[in-house]
Design a binder for this molecule. Structure first.
Ligand SMILES: [Zn+2]
Length: 237
């Protein structure tokens, strides 16, 4: 099945197309919804991992993005070139970055953000292949798969960051609002668009009170995610 691949909840699989970068597929019969895709360089491995959990390219009806960064949208363009005929949806304020590949500046109020803003942007790790087909996802609507998949606006890491809530599965796919390598912490300030707004989004995830909070970077949190998220904001206040 591949390293880092496991079933988070009924029909919800976590994939890891490259080490340290997770994405997810939600299966409902032969309808598959991909949430994030990893880097373009790991697109072939993503397809292998999908096949390992019974998902073929033709099953993928939609690709939902948590945000526009290359390690999340990178494999969308390669997938669309290889028999994947899916709609691509992202938070409204990230759609332009997905369509062009050009990423927003990091928060200029942090030292790390100012350093990041000085770096050249012309590498595929920073500027992914554009996806002109991308459309804005409707916040507040429910996508009728796996008992309902609800996009939740969680701006801060990027202007249009979106988390995805599966209430019937008691799971939140939290993208880059927080990371959980070794310990739970806000995503690094270096690539964060607005640090304060991201703190508000950490509390928004806590309010969803999921049994399991899955993250793009690091292990899922299933021991009181809400309490731990609130503690994190208190610690960083
Ligand atoms: Zn990111």
């Amino acid at each position: 099945m591949g390293a880092g691949v496991f079933e988070l909840a009924d029909g919800v699989w976590q994939l890891a197309p490259s080490p340290g970068i997770n994405c997810w597929v939600v299966r409902d019969g032969d309808d598959a919804t991909l949430v994030d895709t990893g880097l373009s360089s790991s697109a072939a491995n993503l397809v292998r991992q999908l096949r390992g959990v019974g998902v073929r390219r033709g099953d993928i009806r939609r690709v939902l993005l948590t945000h526009s960064h290359a390690d999340h949208m990178g494999a969308v363009a390669p997938l669309l070139r290889t028999r994947v005929n899916a709609e691509v949806l992202a938070g409204e304020a990230d759609v332009e970055a997905v369509r062009t590949g050009v990423q927003p500046d990091a928060d200029p109020s942090t030292v790390a953000g100012r350093m990041w803003n000085l770096l050249p942007r012309s590498t595929p790790f920073v500027t992914p292949q554009p996806v002109p087909e991308a459309q804005a996802i409707a916040i507040g609507t429910t996508i009728p798969v796996a008992g309902g998949l609800v996009p939740v606006a969680t701006p801060g890491h990027t202007p249009g960051h979106v988390a995805y809530h599966l209430p019937a599965r008691d799971v939140v796919l939290g993208g880059d609002v927080v990371w959980n390598f070794f310990r739970l912490r806000p995503a690094p300030t270096m690539t964060c668009w607005r640090v304060e707004a991201n703190h508000d989004s950490i509390l928004r995830l806590a309010d969803l009170a999921p049994g399991t909070l899955a993250l793009a970077h690091g292990s899922p949190v299933d021991d009181d995610p809400a309490g731990r998220l609130r503690q994190l904001v208190a610690d960083h206040a």
